[in-house]
Design a binder for this molecule. Sequence first.
Ligand code: ADP
Length: 261
Amino acid sequence: MRTEDLDHPAVRFDRVTKRYGDRTVLDGLDLEVGQGERVTLIGPSGSGKTTILRLLMTLERVTDGVILVDGEPFSHMPGAGGRLVPANERHLAVRRRRIGMVFQQFNLFPHMSVLENIVEAPVHVLGESREEAERRARDLLDLVGLGDRAGARPTRLSGGQQQRVAIARALAMRPGILLLDEVTSALDPELVAEVLDVLRDIARSTDITLLCVTHEMGFARDVSDRILMFDRGRIVESGPADELLESPTHERTRAFLGSVR
Ligand code: ADP
């Protein structure tokens, strides 16, 4: 990361609107995530949380407003006369390298070993040498507690282990920002803790910025500095994790927390 990037929020949504046809999913949303901050989005299904992650993964385009990453236009780029114009594919491809993502479904390549899964993108996308990528992959496997499974096929691993490999694979791309989309939802309850432990470790031992979506309030409390409560594409309440979960001030937040506990 360049030092000047640290002066800017990691992520900033500036009056972002996202519509699908007549349906407005995000409505003039302002959102800031600081460098190294851990933020979790909670709220009822359909409130727009995943759309925020999908916009950052460039899987969707904004209808209106601008997204900035490290203070630089992300959804847009400077056009003629310095005016911002919607980003082209090349701009998006370059800028999205800052961002890693872990999904509910791990999507590991079944025909490759665990190590090969992690090495693939750093070698082919970042142009790292195989030697360097493998060295780093082994360090990351140690970090997620799977140093002894480098040669295994993903299908030989439990769901929790596969998700830990997916986390290592995302980190191998050296993202400054990691998006976590319901990463424990597909796991059997007894496997959730090991994934949470790894994420807590990463939060403790790195300065990565985390932006998470989850239905699990324990996860939200454990991993985040700040929680944002969403409803119908707007932030209804925002605060430190413990505070918002223990003593929410908005009726909508109280009702939501009552329904998920
Ligand atoms: P959440 O993550 O809070 O459950 P989402 O961001 O997934 O909410 O979805 C917000 C709303 O946007 C939902 O009502 C959903 O149906 C709608 N939506 C999401 N993707 C599309 C799409 N490709 N086309 C039309 N509507 C969509």
